[in-house]
Design a protein around this ligand. Structure first.
Ligand SMILES: Cc1ncc(COP(=O)(O)O)c(C=O)c1O
Length: 389
């Protein structure tokens, strides 16, 4: 059998930091000993609300949905997106020209970078940041310009970009993965100024759009750029409605960018299952009480984990949103090695911060995607681990 070499664009993609860790988790899980508590991912553990599942079941039985869907996406889905923007953010968007539908926000973000970046152009990415932004930039042949997120609130230090006169894309993400920070209005104002100065599109990844705690609703970047002058925002149903497996997302914003993303999508990914789109419309246009109740579930888990970690002497930040807790390790501890020891000795799998960029070093991320019993057990194991070490 011939062993083929992949093309350069695949060979040169950044390493998948979590691939090796996943294999390790699988290996350890098959060994005798306590079951692994895996909080390394952002994979929601709760089921999709019943009324959305029922809508999907109904739509799957409709033979109209068994045919190829249109490239434009279903009107009901795009109108439901526009409805949510009006209700939640006071922003008016045209469902025809300013909304595009995707198989998850991963694809929407990929499409935004691939559609707008020529080889050699600068793509500004947050550090720390969600790893797929670097992969998208590599696929587009762009070069990464890191934008440091400064503590205490993990907002971008735009002054670091003063020498940069041209860029294709600026990508930000709030509520922020991995730090849990919410955006300040000045952050989106700064992003708009940078975009206007350099000709960049400001792409805001709003994956955790519903997950703000303590009465703070996450700010949409479109609320700060209601004229859609330079901004496109990507959203997903994965987190708000626990629909990660369904692969449904969308993008909203500047119509010329949305048109370019759609052109790219039509060739690269084709279309989306009509039944998924109708179910998405049901989720977005329907009763939001399940989505609101979910925020409380994650808030309770956050309090349990942050208080528990602090009680055993760990330096855990209390996130303002998302379902992640960002923890600073003591001293010069190497996060990858620390995470490996936690897996081996405590049977707890966490995400090492290095995978999110240089400024993630010395940190780990804990996902609040296990029930309270498992999270209690996790704290007990971390306590025992700390006492032993
Ligand atoms: C910050 C961020 N953006 C985008 C995504 C992609 O989500 P999806 O493709 O499920 O919409 C995730 C998923 O974990 C995420 O954490």
């Amino acid at each position: 059998m011939v062993e083929f070499q992949p093309a350069a664009r695949v060979r040169e993609m950044p390493p998948n930091h979590w691939g090796a860790m996943d294999r390790e988790i699988l290996r350890l899980s098959s060994e005798p000993g306590p079951q692994m508590i895996d909080v390394s991912k952002g994979n929601p553990d709760l089921p999709t609300p019943e009324h959305i599942v029922a809508a999907m079941q109904h739509e799957v039985a409709d033979a109209q949905n068994h045919r190829y869907p249109s490239y434009a996406g279903r009107a009901a889905f795009r109108e439901a997106v526009a409805h949510r923007y009006r209700e939640d953010h006071g922003v008016t968007v045209d469902p025809d020209g300013e909304v595009a539908v995707f198989h998850g926000s991963h694809e929407a973000i990929m499409a935004s970078v691939l559609a707008m970046t020529d080889p050699g152009q600068a793509v500004v990415l947050p550090d720390p940041g969600y790893p797929m932004y670097a992969s998208a930039t590599a696929l587009a042949g762009g070069h990464i310009v890191p934008l440091p997120l400064d503590e205490p609130h993990h907002q971008p230090r735009f002054a670091a970009l003063d020498g940069l006169d041209e860029a294709a894309v600026l990508l930000l993400n709030y509520p922020n993965n991995p730090t849990g920070a919410l955006a300040r209005r000045s952050t989106f104002e700064g992003a708009g100024e940078f975009a206007r100065r350099t000709g960049a599109v400001f792409v805001h990844d709003f994956a955790y759009s519903s997950l703000g705690f303590d009465g703070r609703a996450p700010l949409s970047a479109l609320a700060v750029d209601p004229g859609l002058e330079v901004t496109v925002e990507a959203q997903t149903l994965s987190k708000t409605y626990s629909m990660a497996g369904w692969r449904i997302g969308f993008a909203v914003g500047n119509p010329s960018v949305i048109a370019a993303m759609r052109r790219y999508q039509a060739q690269a990914f084709s279309t989306m299952f009509g039944a998924s789109q109708e179910a998405a419309a049901a989720a977005l246009a329907g009763d939001q009480s399940a989505a609101r109740a979910l925020v409380d579930v994650y808030r309770r888990r956050r309090d349990l984990v942050v208080e528990g970690l602090r009680a055993i002497g760990w330096d855990a930040e209390s996130p303002e949103g998302t379902f992640f807790v960002w923890v600073r390790l003591p001293g010069e501890e190497d996060a990858t090695e620390f995470a490996a020891r936690l897996r081996e000795e405590a049977r707890v799998a966490v995400a090492p911060g290095d995978g999110f960029g240089p400024r993630g070093r010395g940190h780990i991320r804990i996902g609040l995607v296990s029930d309270e019993q498992a999270l209690h057990e996790m704290i007990e194991r971390l306590d025992a681990f700390t006492r032993r070490n």
